[in-house]
Design a protein around this ligand. Structure first.
Ligand code: 856
Length: 297
């Protein structure tokens, strides 16, 4: 008669003790050892190597879809490239503009190359092939807004971690976009062309890549003064490719891909595993010069 009334509370008491013990154990195991040891929530993909950065593709399988100019406003449509997995959380995103008179196809190797390292990429067409850098900057920002707010891949993107890049007048446009939207996490102008030589207002981490033998946007009157004018507080680097012409971004360029991916990983994903590729930076026959704001040891 009394056994049900005595054993039920005891069972319940034991159950409560067991639950408490499990919770305590979980709390000990899950407790962060301190902010310095907390895992980076934006880190994607395996520990990087030079071989991984120089391979024709990164670790993520990708898909692409085209964006009709009739379906968007503020830019001319383009192509989206994205990692197919949805099991690793969201990814940062980047919009990339081609240069004067050129279409996205002129630099489209960058789409799958960058996406395969864990970024959503939109390669844009401009409203007109003759649009100037300021317009290209506005169009890059319109493309990012479309990508994060209206595109079919918007759910795959972390809208707080965005970047811009471009070639020539598109590179000049990426400086304009970074100047206009300081919340961007990175900019990568490639052989940038712009009549504005002073970018002292820039606060976005910026990697400029120039070609030593560029006669359309000579580094002496474009990339170098752009780099010099960006405050060191923004974080910046300048890579000059040995003997490269204005058109180095128009075919697969390994030093460009390696350094661009490392920069995006470091500043869009906050992934410090990539610092080893930024500081002290690349060397070798393909590299004419590398400057940076690395902490001096
Ligand atoms: C591929 C930018 C006076 O400016 C120019 O002549 C000039 C020419 C080409 C480009 C450019 O964006 O080239 C990229 O079309 C400026």
């Amino acid at each position: 008669m009394s056994s049900p009334t005595t054993t039920r509370p005891r069972t319940a008491r034991i159950a409560r003790l067991a639950v408490a013990a499990v919770l305590a154990a979980v709390a000990v195991l899950a407790a962060p050892a301190g902010p310095a040891l907390a895992a980076n929530p934006y880190e994607r993909g395996p520990a990087p190597t030079v071989a991984l950065l120089e391979a024709s593709r990164g670790p993520f399988a990708t898909s692409s879809l085209s964006v009709s100019s009739w379906s968007v406003t503020g830019f001319g449509g383009g192509v989206i490239y994205y990692p197919t997995t949805t099991s690793e959380g969201t990814f940062g995103a980047i919009a990339i503009s081609p240069g004067y008179t050129a279409s996205w196809s002129s630099i489209s190797w960058l789409g799958p190359r960058i996406a395969s390292h864990g970024f959503v990429v939109i390669g844009i067409e401009t409203n007109s092939r003759y649009d100037q850098p300021a317009s290209r900057g506005q169009q890059l920002l319109a493309a990012l807004d479309y990508l994060t707010q209206r595109s079919s891949v918007r759910g795959r993107i972390d809208a707080t971690r965005l970047a811009v890049a471009g070639h020539s007048m598109g590179g000049g446009g990426s400086l304009e976009a970074a100047s206009d939207r300081p919340s961007l996490q990175a900019a990568v102008p490639l052989a940038p062309w712009n009549l504005d030589k002073t970018w002292s207002e820039l606060q976005v981490p910026t990697l400029i890549i120039g070609g030593e033998s560029d006669s359309i946007a000579p580094v002496s009157s474009h990339s170098e003064p752009f780099y010099a004018s960006i405050p060191a507080s923004a974080e910046k680097a300048y890579l000059e490719l040995n003997g490269a012409s204005h058109f180095f971004p128009q075919s697969t360029n390994t030093p460009t891909a390696r350094q661009m991916v490392a920069w995006l990983k470091r500043f869009v994903d906050d992934d410090t595993r990539y610092e080893q590729f930024l500081c002290p930076g690349p060397t070798g026959l393909a590299i004419e010069e590398y400057r940076n704001t690395c902490p001096s040891a």
